[in-house]
Design a protein around this ligand. Structure first.
Ligand SMILES: Cc1ncc(COP(=O)(O)O)c(C=O)c1O
Length: 387
């Protein structure tokens, strides 16, 4: 179906940060399939894990024990400081699990009509519940009636939550992204998550963080909330967890970890041996190759270099980011830049109409980062000069 407006290019193969199209032209991938291929393309460890696991067992069903799922679950919960995990196949499904968890938790505590606080400008997925949670009318339009039980508040505004929740005794959880990705690389104040944590503790709400875009090393910590010290009750992951093999995860801690019990939720493919083996390899490789530190280092370099190169350029509103999630906001719509970059052999993306979004692989090296700065700066200057 015509669900995607596709760019006029098809890729035949990749290696590291590079992709080649069907005509043999090479591109620097500064998008990683939208924060998915953190280890880059055709990583030997991922290739070997897939091949080896395919020769052993790919799928059995969650009605049996799954050793690879247990291994990954143990690694992931330990790394995240969480107690339990449910495995899904995508980000939207991971968030669906979180939403169901929050509702069941509320019903067990006698709240018949629970509501979850969600933010303006957020993106949580395309299923009915997750598009209802999403703070973007374009994503929702035409799919009414929306799923009820979400209360919208401005992002990065704790006072607004206090006011909005004041007369609503049925609030049970807050669901937010630590940095809004689709919404335009919006980075909240340093004390935003700690203040949300304190508010949740005071009110008995669950703090649920959507780390689907920000998790798995992207921001220069394994999980973005680790910059703040605020620990969530529930956290969702997907994208970079499988480096391209579909897998999502909903992790929970404390009382929240015991909410979903047999029969309350499930998935045929979720947590199958192949996806879990690959995700375990992703975690091991991120750790053994020091990729979290590399994301922080290359991200600092990119931010500094873009700020230097674009200093004083009229039309550049702000350059912001953390690790390898970077936004360059212009004063005008700039989707045309995506095609211009493609012609120049560079893969980028524009979100929220005016924000150039960069999500390069975590394996990015300095010369490649420099090339990204040089070619994108020239494109931006050309675009602003000619626009
Ligand atoms: C923050 C966030 N949440 C959820 C999703 C949905 O994930 P998926 O497309 O795997 O369903 C995305 C995807 O862009 C995302 O960025």
């Amino acid at each position: 179906m015509a669900t995607y407006k596709r760019l006029p290019v098809t890729f035949a193969r990749g290696e590291g940060v590079w992709l080649w199209d069907t005509d043999g032209k090479r591109y620097l991938d500064a998008l990683s399939g939208i924060a998915v291929c953190g280890l880059g393309h055709a990583h030997p460890a991922i290739r070997d894990a897939i091949c080896e696991q395919a020769g052993l067992i790919i799928h059995t069903s969650n009605i049996y024990g799954i050793a690879e799922q247990e291994r990954l679950g143990a690694m992931l919960t330990k790394a995240a400081g969480m107690d339990r995990v449910f495995f899904s196949n995508s980000g939207a499904e991971a968030n669906e699990a979180a939403i169901k968890l929050a509702r069941l938790h509320a019903h067990r505590r006698g709240i018949a009509n629970p509501a979850i606080l969600v933010a303006e400008g957020s993106f949580h997925g395309r299923t009915l519940a997750t598009l209802s949670a999403t703070g973007n009318r374009k994503v929702q339009a035409g799919f009414e009636p929306l799923v009820q039980g979400f209360v919208r508040v401005p992002y990065n505004d704790v006072e607004a939550i206090e006011i909005s929740a004041g007369n609503r005794p049925n609030i049970v959880a807050i669901l937010v992204e630590p940095i809004q990705g689709e919404g335009g690389i919006n980075i909240p104040a340093d004390d935003y998550l700690p203040r949300l944590r304190a508010l949740c503790d005071r009110e008995g709400w669950l703090l649920m963080l959507d780390e689907i875009q920000t998790g798995m090393g992207r921001t220069g910590k394994l999980f973005a909330h680790q910059h703040s010290g605020a620990q969530p009750d529930v956290m969702t992951l997907a994208k970079g967890l499988g480096n391209g093999v579909p897998i999502g995860a909903c992790l929970a801690r404390g009382a929240a970890a015991d909410v979903l019990t047999p029969g309350t939720h499930g998935s045929t493919f979720g947590g199958n041996p192949l996806a879990c083996r690959v995700a375990r390899t992703v975690l091991e490789t991120i750790s053994s190759q020091g990729l979290v530190a590399n994301a922080a280092e290359q991200g600092d370099f990119l931010l500094g270099a873009f700020r230097d190169a674009l200093q004083g350029t009229k039309g550049v509103v702000e350059i912001r980011g953390r690790g390898l999630i970077i936004g360059i906001e212009l004063d005008r719509p700039c989707t045309d830049l995506v095609g211009q970059a493609l012609d120049a052999g560079l893969l980028i993306n524009v979100t929220a109409e005016r924000v150039i979004r960069l999500l390069p692989p975590l394996i990015l090296e300095r010369p490649q980062a420099q090339q990204l700065v040089d070619s994108l700066t020239a494109l931006i200057q050309g675009f602003l000069g000619n626009a």
